[in-house]
Write a protein that binds this ligand. Structure first.
Ligand code: CA
Length: 152
């Protein structure tokens, strides 16, 4: 109501994510794990592909930061940054003993520090395809006329 002297409480503007968390990382499939005709299409026959996690956080990776790899179809894989990995821009993330089934596996990571978890990285739309392609003859591809008339 107007004129009552009461003001409408301001709704806090929620920023996305935890302000104390590291910046959202980025994720990429390692080219060597991206088999087939393209090493950048995220279609692979490797059931335990390796990924690169990259941080855009100003502090980079710090020792004991936690990177969690989420892959559709398997339990999250938790990786703790070692002293050797700290300071580097990228960290190698493997699936270990968790082979993936054929099909689509949406994959992303988060970066946590001191209990504060970043927003999710980009999503890699991984496709695992271990079935060898079969060659089939193109049929009906000769759609044109088979006769030619030649004027003499
Ligand atoms: Ca590929």
């Amino acid at each position: 109501m107007l004129g009552t002297g009461l003001s409408i409480p301001q709704v806090a503007c929620r920023s996305k994510g935890d302000p104390l968390a590291p910046a959202a990382p980025t994720l990429d499939l390692v080219a060597a794990s991206d088999t087939g005709s393209s090493s950048t299409d995220d279609i692979t026959n490797d059931t335990t592909p390796d990924f690169y996690g990259s941080t855009t956080d100003p502090s980079g990776w710090l020792e004991n930061d936690v990177v969690t790899l989420y892959v559709t179809g398997i339990a999250p894989i938790v990786h703790t940054i070692t002293a050797g990995e700290a300071g580097s821009g990228t960290v190698s993330l493997g699936l270990g003993a968790s082979p993936l089934s054929d099909g689509n596996h949406s994959t992303y990571i988060t970066h946590a520090r001191g209990g504060h978890t970043s927003l999710a990285s980009n999503t890699v739309a991984l496709v695992v395809d271990t079935v060898a392609p079969t060659l089939s003859a193109a049929s009906g591809s000769d759609a044109g006329s088979n006769t030619a008339s030649i004027s003499v």
